[in-house]
Design a protein around this ligand. Structure first.
Ligand code: FES
Ligand code: FES
Length: 178
């Protein structure tokens, strides 16, 4: 299988990786860059577990050939906490009980971040639409929607995108599904 070198900016740092032409971005992130916070679910574009933000948009990495990420800017769940402080979305998910098994959480948080980056004051309907491609088998979605709107309020109130200790984020995203 052919290989090619690509360069992509992940969580603020440029990385150069050699990858096979048949590799999907999800596997590149998890296996070659060690970013296992991005989850592998259906691998068919149906569950949203593999969501990251690429060039400002929430995308499904199981549907994107790795080579297409050449030159792209990507944010994964590992890039959200800032210098030991949780992102308000992460904090709100914890506080509102929007995390149970946690498998959907990284993708859900990133879909929500892409929404808040565009729309700082989303309605319930806006949030539902933004996370409509992200399945959660545990929470029933109500707490997730509450968490996203609570985070939006925090960001609007203090203009900051950080909230609490990063250690909690790490536990939330990797304790159950490294
Ligand atoms: S793993 Fe990508 S949508 Fe399910
Ligand atoms: S918390 Fe378990 S799938 Fe969402």
């Amino acid at each position: 299988m052919d290989k090619a070198k690509i360069k992509l900016k992940v969580n603020g740092s440029w990385r150069e990786v050699e990858t096979r032409s048949d590799r999907i971005l999800l596997d590149l992130l998890r296996e070659e860059l060690g970013l296992t916070g991005t989850k592998k679910g259906c691998e068919a574009g149906e569950c949203g577990a593999c969501t990251v933000i690429m060039n400002g948009r929430a995308v499904l990495t199981c549907l994107i050939p790795a080579l297409k990420a050449d030159g792209a800017e990507i944010t994964t769940i590992e890039g959200l906490a800032d210098e030991g402080r949780l992102h308000p979305l992460q904090q709100a998910f914890l506080e509102k009980g929007a995390v149970q098994c946690g498998y959907c959480t990284p993708g859900m948080v990133l879909a929500a971040k892409a929404l808040l980056d565009e729309n700082p004051e989303p309605s319930v309907e806006d949030v539902k639409r933004a996370i409509s491609g992200n399945l959660c088998r545990c929470t029933g979605y109500t707490k997730i929607i509450q968490a996203v709107r609570a985070a939006a309020e925090v960001i609007r109130a203090d203009g900051s995108e950080t909230a609490g200790p990063a250690e909690a984020t790490k536990q939330a995203r990797t304790a159950v599904h490294p």
